[in-house]
Design a protein around this ligand. Structure first.
Ligand SMILES: CN(C)c1cccc(CNc2ccc(C(N)=O)cn2)c1
Length: 235
C-alpha cells in the first residue's frame, strides 16, 4: 500500500514512521510512505503557500496552485483515494479504517493548515475525513492517525490476526479489562475467573465486562449495539 502525505512539514512524520509496528510494516515492504511538500511547487521568490482569505476574516488559506501541482506530481496507483483531513470531514471510525484498508492501494492524505485550503482544491479531493469534533493546528496529526489505523489492518502488520478480532470497536462494544503477571500487585488481585482455566467462564466474564463497560461509559454505542442485536434476533 502506498501512502502519499501532502504536507508543509514532512519532518513531522520522520520519527513516528521510524518506530513501532508501523516502522516494521514499512521495513517489511507492506507499505511505502512518501511526503510531498507543496512549498516545492511554488514559483514565486517567497515560496508562498498561503494567502489572506477573499472576503476578509482572520487567518490564512492554503493557495490552490502549490497544492494542485503537488497532487498532480504524484504517481497514480489504483485503486486510490485522495483524502483531505479537516474538522468538516466524516468522522474516523474503525469501519472507515476497515473500508480503506481493503479497498485502496494508494492513499493520498492532504494535510491542511491555518483555516484550511482553497475550496477549488476540492476538485482533486475524493473524501474529507475528520479525527473528531475539534480543531488542531494542523492536519498532520489526523493524517498520522489515519495512516496508523489503516496500515494496522493490512495483513502482516500486526502478527497475530487474532489481535484484530478483539478490537474494541470491531464488534461495536468496548474492550474487556486486561491483566498479566503478577497475580497480585500491591495487594490488587487478578479476577479469579481469569486464573481458572475455564475458557467458557472466561469468555462469558469478558463478554459481560464488555457489555457493562459499554453501557456505563458509552450509552450511545450501547444503544446502537442493542438495536443491532434486536435486528439480528428478529431475522
Ligand atoms: C477550518 N479549520 C480550522 C481547518 C480546516 C482544515 C484544516 C485545519 C487544520 N487543523 C485540523 C485538521 C483536521 C482536524 C480534524 N478534526 O481531523 C482538526 N484540525 C483546520
Amino acid at each position: 500500500m502506498r501512502f502519499d502525505l501532502i504536507t508543509l512539514f514532512p519532518e513531522f512524520f520522520h520519527s513516528p514512521l521510524q518506530s513501532g509496528l508501523i516502522a516494521k510494516a514499512i521495513a517489511k515492504g507492506l507499505a511505502e510512505v512518501h511526503c510531498t511538500n507543496p512549498r516545492d511547487f511554488t514559483c514565486d521568490r517567497h515560496h508562498k503557500v498561503d494567502d489572506e482569505p477573499y472576503g476578509g476574516g482572520a487567518g490564512m488559506v492554503l493557495k490552490p496552485e502549490p497544492l494542485a501541482a503537488a497532487l498532480e506530481s504524484l504517481p497514480v496507483v489504483t485503486p486510490r483515494q485522495v483524502i483531505y483531513l479537516s474538522p468538516q470531514g466524516e468522522p474516523m471510525t474503525q469501519a472507515l479504517f476497515q473500508d480503506l484498508a481493503t479497498s485502496v492501494e494508494q492513499l493520498v492524505l492532504v494535510c491542511g493548515h491555518y483555516e484550511g485550503i482553497d475550496e477549488r482544491v476540492m476538485t482533486w479531493i475524493d473524501r474529507e475525513i475528520s479525527l473528531g469534533d475539534f480543531v488542531l493546528t494542523c492536519g498532520e496529526i489526523p493524517a498520522l492517525a489515519l495512516l496508523n489505523g489503516v496500515l494496522r489492518l493490512r495483513p502482516g502488520t500486526i502478527g497475530k490476526e487474532e489481535s484484530h478480532r478483539c478490537d474494541s470497536f470491531s464488534d461495536g462494544l468496548l474492550d474487556y479489562p486486561h491483566y498479566t503477571r503478577p497475580a497480585e500487585f500491591r495487594g490488587l488481585k487478578v479476577p479469579e475467573v481469569l486464573l481458572s482455566g475455564n475458557h467458557g467462564a472466561i469468555a462469558a466474564w469478558r463478554r459481560q465486562q464488555q457489555l457493562e463497560r459499554t453501557r456505563d461509559r458509552r450509552p450511545d454505542l450501547y444503544q446502537a449495539w442493542q438495536a443491532q442485536q434486536s435486528d439480528l434476533d428478529s431475522h
